[in-house]
Ligand binder design. Structure first.
Ligand code: NAD
Length: 255
């Protein structure tokens, strides 16, 4: 129970990697505020699972591109459990479009969710941690595409590169307050975001052939990593990115 009664906000926590993070934190006894813009009939099931695993959770509708919605997540954590120990900015959306074809709307939407969302989250969490006297952990979720170009997903790659730099930059500012900030860069994980790509068996076959461990990852595998990073066992880690891709990004994909 390494996160016993630690209060942790997880954005995009209702599905995919976020739900994996919620389950992993629940296994360690955490108290979790799930923030998601799509709470649906799976939410009750996830809350019941958290309970069975030994955690506690509440779910709040939240669009991370809106500051007031993220403020409401923080307020929920404080009203419910009177403190904050961890903040995971995981919510993200796909961002297709080439530089030549993308519209301002494509760019603005992806940057608002995938980059402005984590910036606002980090700011709200850090201010609260400092009010509490310091300490606390902030996790961001970027992607292997933070520094591995994918020209038909230009808005996504720009945003994820920004998330990596957010963590490096803010961790330097927040370190003196005892706040750790770590970025996680997943590879190919089986989630709804990847559904169109996973639906083509040829894609999975080709990916499995180039992933050194030979398979696409599961949301709970990223969840377990994030729970570890939130815990005191990761006490000497900050400002860094942990790439969780079974070795995929070590290939030279441009070759
Ligand atoms: P997903 O689509 O399965 O889940 C994303 C969750 O975020 C959903 O519950 C969705 O409702 C929520 N969400 C979407 N927009 C939101 C918003 N504006 N405000 C609040 N919640 C919102 O996707 P996933 O694969 O679990 O992705 C989670 C994170 O991991 C994203 O940041 C994504 O870019 C990143 N990532 C995923 C993969 C992958 O292979 N699946 C790889 C690298 C990085």
């Amino acid at each position: 129970m390494e996160l016993n009664q630690r209060v942790i906000v997880v954005t995009g926590g209702n599905a995919g990697i976020g739900a994996g993070i919620v389950r992993a934190c629940a296994r360690q006894g955490a108290r979790i505020v799930i923030g998601d813009n799509l709470l649906d009939d799976t939410t009750e099931g996830l809350l019941a699972e958290v309970d069975e695993l030994g955690g506690e959770a509440v779910a709040v509708r939240c669009d991370v591109s809106r500051r007031d919605d993220q403020e409401n997540l923080l307020a929920t954590a404080i009203e419910t459990w009177h403190r904050l120990d961890g903040w995971v900015s995981n919510a993200g959306i796909a961002g297709p479009g080439t530089l030549l074809e993308m519209t301002d709307d494509d760019l603005d939407r992806v940057l608002a969710v995938n980059l402005r969302g984590p910036v606002i989250g980090a700011q709200l969490a850090a201010r609260r941690f400092i009010e509490q006297g310091g300490g606390g952990v902030i996790i961001t979720t970027s992607s292997v595409h933070e520094d591995w170009p994918m020209p038909d997903n230009t808005p996504y790659c720009i945003a994820k590169g920004g998330v990596r730099m957010l963590t490096r930059n803010a961790a330097l500012e927040l370190g003196p307050h005892g706040i750790r900030m770590i970025n996680v860069a997943p590879g190919a994980i089986r989630t709804r975001l990847n559904e169109p790509w996973l639906a083509d068996p040829g894609n999975v076959e080709r990916a499995n052939a180039t992933i050194p461990l030979g398979r696409v990852g599961e949301p709970d595998e990223i969840g377990e990593l994030v729970a570890f990073l939130l815990s005191d066992r990761a006490s000497y880690l900050t400002a860094t990115t942990v790439t969780a891709d079974a070795g995929l990004s070590q290939y030279n994909h441009e070759a």
